[in-house]
Write a protein of this length. Structure first.
Length: 153
């Protein structure tokens, strides 16, 4: 009976973690939006800096990822703004689906070695460093988190 009770608790914990990650993603976008015109620059610089230490972009990759992150911000900004005003579930779903696709686009640009380093580091944070995990999952997805988002959306 005790094992059955623990199995019932597990999905609730997973849902709680999932819900927390959504709140983190919305909060970080809100933070950049509040910066006004500087939000775009802060967004791409933040995404670039926090991943550079993991994947070590090459000189050739730096402008590619800068452009990717700028375009991601330009794409998500109007969706975020509409979602906040409308509070419509369809807008929220679109917001999440865009974040999923943006993560996939990011991964496609990494080399195999970079992708491996990236996924390993995010898995390590997920397992052993909740604070770092929260920071990274506000802008990126661990493999487990991405799979969970794809399954739900």
């Amino acid at each position: 009976m005790r094992h059955f009770f623990l199995l019932l608790l597990f999905p609730m914990l997973t849902f709680g973690q999932f819900e927390k990650s959504i709140k983190l993603k919305v909060a970080v976008i809100q933070n950049f939006v509040q910066k006004g015109e500087e939000g775009e620059t802060a967004y791409w610089q933040t995404k670039g800096k926090i991943t550079f230490g993991i994947v070590n972009y090459t000189e050739e990759q730096n402008p590619i990822f800068k452009e990717l992150f700028i375009n991601q911000y330009k794409e998500i900004l109007p969706i975020y703004n509409r979602m906040i005003v409308s509070e419509d579930e369809k807008d929220t779903d679109l917001f999440i689906k865009i974040l999923i696709r943006q993560e996939q686009d990011y991964r496609k640009l990494l080399t195999q070695d970079q992708l491996k380093k990236y996924l390993n580091q995010l898995a390590e944070f997920e397992k052993n460093n909740p604070q770092a995990n929260d920071s990274y999952s506000s802008l990126f997805f661990s493999e487990n988190l991405l799979k969970e988002y794809i399954a739900r959306f």
